[in-house]
Design a protein around this ligand. Sequence first.
Ligand SMILES: [Zn+2]
Ligand SMILES: [Zn+2]
Length: 157
Amino acid sequence: MEKIRLRKDFVDERSVLTQCPVCDTYVHQEESFTCPRCNKSPLCRKHRVPGRKECASCVFDLTRKELDALRRQEESLQQFLRFLQFIFLCCAVIFIALKFGMSEFVEILQHSQLPTYIMYFSIIPVAGYILFFLILYNQRGKVADMEHQIRKLEVRR
Ligand SMILES: [Zn+2]
Ligand SMILES: [Zn+2]
């Protein structure tokens, strides 16, 4: 008599369980969740990311997209830094040329205040370089953080 009742309980228990579409584990209805992005349900807790509503697979995709955007931004920042370096180099070349008396040969360069102007003007690319270098540095920190996140998510997918 006792044995039969136990078996009945077991059968009831099975009917409440459903299979997780990702890892095929049986999950309790109350312990599962639905991802609002890909609508997969019932997902087991293993695919839940702390602080997020989406499943690990969706968070992984979103993070990867963000990471790609950040990397593209990083590339254009580096290009801009190279451009600033170029401007600074031009300033330096003109400045040195003026100091060595090039102005005697080129008429436009004969303005007596020109070396001073160029010296002041070269501050712009230098200041810009420092500013954008700091932005790039900050960006790299973010990228490293996201790469770490992605590696952790990969296991939960
Ligand atoms: Zn699962
Ligand atoms: Zn999802």
